[in-house]
Design a protein around this ligand. Structure first.
Ligand code: HEC
Ligand code: HEC
Ligand code: HEC
Ligand code: HEC
Length: 384
């Protein structure tokens, strides 16, 4: 009974896409403050989520695993939406193009919608001069103030016919919390799939293999590697997900709050469900100890991620030695390189996903199994 009711809620609203080429300008978050004071106040509270961990210190293996791209020196964990512009401007990593602003500010989203994909390739600094605010109302509502509108049109392109069935409260977040790549020619943000089924990591890897895509090449091993990015959407919606049919992203990450006058509103402080009493209350019918349950899943995923990451580091060093030794033919090295590329992809799909296994522990463990197997196969080809 409960499930049926919840499913009705979940299917209540389909996602719609913004019109493009309309010469629209962004109505700033500030301008909605009078109309929606509670939502606006909760939105400002994202500034309180201000701590970022230094991944390079926390996970020493990435200095080696990401060698060949700047993430191996500068890589901080995510924090609140309030900080996107500040964080993208000061990453320490070189950024040459405006496409880095895709998931950071509505000013760039509107520019893409008005002027087309050509703007992805303009210089970063030119775009910075036009940026007024971090992620805001326009990104998820266009200029309607409250209706859910997909303004990042690449999401609709990537979902194909499955887009119509996507819950708007999930689509809203899937505009950015996804795996993507920059098209080698246009530099446009593109998602590596064309349907919901093709969002699976196996299909994504096949997609990248087919186009011969690599984000970077390790200078010592010559392995053409893929740097996965925050695939929360693909993981949560993927095969094995317990709750994908019932709950939207917003159900677990945006709490229903009540103001001083007793009126209810949806909080726009994006947070962990574990940090919200009103969200965990809706889970308690089935999860007596949600926190302990989630922590158990995460601890197991985290332990394996570190162990397999260490193995990947060892493989990278062994392969670099093999290359330098001159004792292998190019064919022999290429066989190891392919296994290394694939193993790193499955490992990264878990490492950079922000729920640490909680969104879909089955898929998470499957990816870790595949990563480990591929890395073991590669190591077996290294001569003693
Ligand atoms: C990252 C996406 C995102 C951003 C940014 C965003 N919203 Fe929302 N908003 C949502 C989602 C998702 C819902 C639906 C939540 C639900 O129904 O559970 C929503 C709901 C609302 C509602 C209806 C809620 C209610 O109480 O009935 C209003 C009004 C609203 N947003 C205003 C704003 C304003 C104003 C801003 C900017 C200050 C803003 N939103 C920024 C995603 C966003
Ligand atoms: C326009 C792009 C965009 C949209 C839309 C978006 N996010 Fe984000 N989100 C980001 C970025 C970028 C970060 C990391 C910010 C940083 O570290 O500077 C982030 C960070 C977060 C964080 C904090 C993570 C942490 O480790 O503290 C949460 C939670 C979050 N988003 C949830 C959501 C939810 C839920 C939705 C949909 C309602 C959503 N986001 C929609 C881009 C987006
Ligand atoms: C069934 C509930 C549920 C749904 C639905 C859900 N998540 Fe989560 N999410 C979680 C849990 C649990 C965590 C781990 C929180 C923690 O570690 O405190 C998490 C973590 C996150 C984080 C990291 C936040 C942080 O504070 O570290 C982000 C970002 C995120 N989810 C985005 C999404 C997006 C995007 C979607 C939709 C595609 C989504 N989530 C759907 C339960 C959910
Ligand atoms: C109708 C019952 C029900 C409700 C309500 C419910 N859950 Fe679940 N949840 C389950 C079941 C069943 C599982 C699978 C348990 C298992 O694997 O041991 C599960 C698993 C999970 C997982 C782990 C997913 C994974 O892939 O391992 C998370 C995280 C989670 N629930 C969060 C939540 C949150 C947050 C809420 C409230 C918003 C919630 N659940 C509400 C029944 C429910």
């Amino acid at each position: 009974m409960v499930l049926c009711l919840l499913m009705l809620c979940a299917s209540a609203q389909a996602a719609t896409v913004t019109e493009t080429g309309t010469g629209i300008t962004v109505i700033s978050a500030e301008s909605w403050a009078q109309t929606y004071p509670d939502v606006f106040a909760s939105y400002l509270k994202n500034a309180e989520n201000d701590t970022a961990m230094d991944h390079v210190q926390e996970y020493p293996m990435i200095a080696t695993v990401y060698e060949g791209m700047a993430f191996n020196k500068y890589y901080n964990s995510a924090r609140g939406h309030y900080y996107t512009v500040e964080d993208v401007t000061s990453t320490g990593r070189p950024h040459k193009l405006a496409n880095c602003f895709t998931c950071k500010t509505p000013d760039f989203t509107a520019k893409v919608n008005n002027e087309g994909v050509g703007v992805y390739a303009i210089p970063f600094e030119d775009m910075l001069a036009e940026v007024n605010e971090s992620i805001s109302c326009y990104n998820c509502h266009a200029n309607t103030g409250s209706e859910l509108v997909v303004t990042h049109t690449y999401l609709a392109d990537a979902m194909g016919e499955d887009f119509a069935a996507l819950n708007a409260k999930t689509a809203s977040c899937a505009q950015c919390h996804v795996e993507y790549y920059f098209d080698p020619e246009t530099k446009a943000v593109t998602l590596p799939y064309g349907s919901k089924a093709a969002m699976h990591p196996d299909a994504i890897l096949a997609y990248y293999d087919e186009m011969g895509f690599a984000d970077y090449t390790n200078p010592r091993t010559g392995v053409a590697q893929i740097k996965v990015q925050h695939p929360e959407f693909e993981t949560y919606m993927g095969a094995g997900s317990v709750h994908a049919a019932i709950f939207s992203c917003a159900d677990c990450h945006m709490e229903k709050a009540v103001n001083d006058a007793g009126e209810s509103y949806v909080s726009h402080t994006w947070m962990s469900p574990l940090a919200s009493e009103s969200i965990t209350a809706t889970c308690s019918a089935c999860h007596a100890d949600l926190k302990g349950f989630v922590e158990g899943i995460q601890a197991h995923a985290e332990e394996r991620t570190i162990a397999i990451g260490n193995k990947l580091e060892t493989l990278t060093n062994q392969l670099a030695d093999a290359v330098a030794s001159g004792k292998y033919t190019e064919e022999e090295l290429d066989a190891i390189r392919v296994l290394n590329r694939r193993g790193q992809f499955y490992w990264d799909f878990v490492f950079v996903e922000n729920s640490e296994g909680a969104h879909n522990s089955k898929l998470t463990e499957e990816c870790l199994d595949k990563a480990e197997q591929l890395i073991d196969e590669a190591m077996a080809l290294i001569k003693a």
